[in-house]
Write a protein that binds this ligand. Structure first.
Ligand code: URA
Length: 476
């Protein structure tokens, strides 16, 4: 009896080498005991080396099949492969025999392994573990694959995340990618990993790709089995998304357009740019804007960012569009411009939570540069398409005073985004009876290099905010 013990790392190569040697020495399958490094040794087994010389030819399709099956967790896998290889010597066309039961089992096992690799590619969640200032960023992930798929899947992660160091730790094998090299080592127990800043992004992303109208709980759980949930931040949102799916699906049905013929669609698209009145109730706004496709900006942004604040606020403040942070968090003015905005507001007497704060454009427009998303100003067509939502907010809130910050907000409300320096700082009536005050955008202040110029423009914004605040109190 020959005992062949295969290591947990390099298993595929070790199995191939052993099978070649056994086959060339004509050792029949019943005389071989295959073991992986977890199998206890038997009493009558030997581990003598068998010499190998010469060339062994097997169909490529078998090599590919064996390269997958060796990673299956079933302890009979090596034995099944060797049995089949033994038969293949006599029957070279066995690989094409659709009725062969042994081949069917091996194919099923290979499929399980491929599926497990797919799950690993989809569900591994890295957390950053490096220090600020390290030359390469470092990440680690804990994962519990069903089969032994770390080694065959590591090259995929190396290609996908070539510019960082990472580690995928599993109970079985750990794969590390350090300075461009994959290193495999023994598995470990679950390490404490820090929470990741990207977790919120995963949850937001998942909420946005989740389609309540297509929800099939069983299919979803088979695609994303529960065993993976505990290591996936976005899974925290699943129970609530399932519970709220019927209501959201109904809202989507109500908001969904019917599909007209092409010519009618063109005419409709044209009129959509002219249409400015919101027919729904204010409560529908959030659900409807979440599925807005009125212009192309929805395609790349994470989510539409609706305004926030009391629905009876006397003061409405309108910015340009959400920035990077706003896009991720789903709230207006929470990034760097938002911090300056908060400062200026409190210096001018404006209480942010008593005002309705929104933007002229609801989706983030950006250009990707590496990992960064650089702001791009919305063009006038995008501003006009999105005016529909701003008008809906105005109709719902009915503010007495609107403070428009920056030329995009001015364009959306007055149709003219020019001459801000000349036009700012005075109240002018709008056709619905409210008062409009134009001012500079906080981002404009952040961009000004000359300290004196910046100081003067900041004073102007404080003045304009204070004016808006006083007027809104008077007219409330
Ligand atoms: N700039 C804006 O105009 N709005 C935001 O919400 C953030 C930055």
């Amino acid at each position: 009896m020959h005992r062949i013990s295969l290591p947990a790392i390099g298993t595929a190569q070790a199995w191939r080498d052993a099978a070649r040697r056994l086959l060339s020495a004509a050792v029949p399958p019943p005389d071989v005991v295959w073991a992986d490094d977890t199998t206890p040794a038997g009493l009558f087994e030997t581990a003598e080396p068998i010499a190998w010389s010469g060339v062994l030819k097997v169909p490529r399709s078998f090599v590919a099949l064996a390269n997958s099956v060796v990673w299956h967790k079933d302890s009979t896998r090596f034995d099944r492969l060797y049995h089949f290889l033994w038969r293949l010597r006599e029957t070279p066309h066995l690989m094409t025999d659709q009725g062969d039961a042994d081949l069917a089992v091996l194919r099923r096992m290979a499929k399980n392994v491929h599926r497990c690799q797919h799950k690993m590619k989809a569900f591994v969640r890295f957390r950053e573990i490096g220090e600020v200032g390290d030359a390469r960023r470092s990440f680690a992930a804990w994962f519990e694959p069903t089969h032994h798929t770390v080694e065959p899947t590591a090259p995929f992660f190396a290609r996908r995340f070539a510019d960082m160091d990472w580690r995928i730790i599993t109970p079985d094998v750990t794969a590390s990618f350090v300075k461009g090299e994959i290193i495999l080592s023994e598995g470990q127990s679950k390490p404490p990993l820090p929470d990741d800043a990207n977790e919120r992004l995963w949850i937001t992303y998942f909420r946005n790709i989740f389609n309540p109208a297509r929800l099939k709980v069983k299919a979803m759980q088979s695609e994303m089995p529960r065993k993976y949930w505990k290591n996936m931040p976005e899974a925290a949102a699943i129970p609530e998304l399932i519970a709220s799916a019927p209501v959201r699906a109904r809202q989507m049905r109500l908001a969904a357009p019917s599909i007209p013929p092409v010519r009618a669609r063109k005419v409709q698209a044209h009129f959509a740019t002219l249409e400015t009145s919101w027919a729904g109730t204010s409560g529908d706004l959030a659900a409807s804007i979440a599925v807005c496709t009125r212009c192309d900006l929805h395609g790349k942004a994470t989510q539409a960012v609706l305004g926030e604040g009391p629905r009876d606020a006397a003061l409405m403040i309108v910015g340009e569009q959400p920035g990077d942070q706003e896009d991720l968090q789903g709230r207006p003015f929470v990034g760097p411009a938002g911090r300056l905005f908060d400062q200026l507001a409190s210096q001018s007497g404006v209480e942010r939570d008593r005002a309705y704060v929104t933007n002229a454009v609801k989706h983030f427009k950006f250009r990707a540069q590496g990992r960064r998303r650089l702001h791009r100003r919305p063009n006038s067509s995008e501003v006009m398409h999105c005016k529909w939502w701003l008008d809906a907010e105005r109709a719902a809130v009915r503010p007495r005073v609107i403070l428009a910050m920056g030329s995009t907000a001015a364009l959306a409300i007055t149709g003219n985004g020019k001459d801000m320096t000349r036009r700012r700082g005075v109240a002018q009536p709008l056709e619905d009876g409210s008062q409009l005050i134009l001012t500079f955008h906080p981002s404009y202040l952040l961009r000004l290099r000359d300290p004196a110029q910046r100081e003067a423009a900041t004073g102007d914004v404080r003045h304009d905010m204070a004016l808006a605040h006083r007027l809104s109190r008077q007219l409330a």
